[in-house]
Write a protein that binds this ligand. Sequence first.
Ligand code: GRF
Length: 186
Amino acid sequence: MIRLALFASGSGSNVENIYNYFSNNTNFIISKVYCNNANAGVLERCKRLNLKSLVFKRHEFFESSLVLKDLIETSDVIVLAGFLWKIPENIIQVFSDKIINIHPALLPKYGGKGMYGMNVHKTVKENNDAETGITIHFVNEKYDDGAIIFQEKTSLKPSDSIEEIAQKVHELEYKYYPKIIEQTFS
Ligand code: GRF
């Protein structure tokens, strides 16, 4: 059984989607949700789904081995699903090539520090791009920089609002992320 740790900072719609996809899977199990924001919506979802969670502060994540020790005990693979901090070196080393992320754009476009959530879709809109999409990639010590595993595009209309762009991207995330996780780590 491959134990998936899910990392999230916000609403957690991808966490819930991944949980649902693997709920009857005999090869994968969600071990725990790791979160850096005590007020994040994802923690409500954990309560409702009866999912274990660990909330940690910045110094606990970057200046202690508290999270790494917990991960070593609970999980085999780390799945970032809307997690906004860089992964520290100690976790990267222990879980090398076992950390995956989804970015709501076609990297290398619109990646890097500060490019997350609506910031990405706002920039895509400002640039009048005719398409956007998702990128699923391995995680290294930089933002949005690891080897790309999968990309999928969606076309945009000039009349699409930022919210409509976000919705189109979310649909791709929900459709593909769980499948790519399963393919990558089976
Ligand atoms: C998603 O758009 C994902 O691509 C990005 O962060 C967002 C998380 O949304 N990494 P949610 O918290 O899963 O709803």
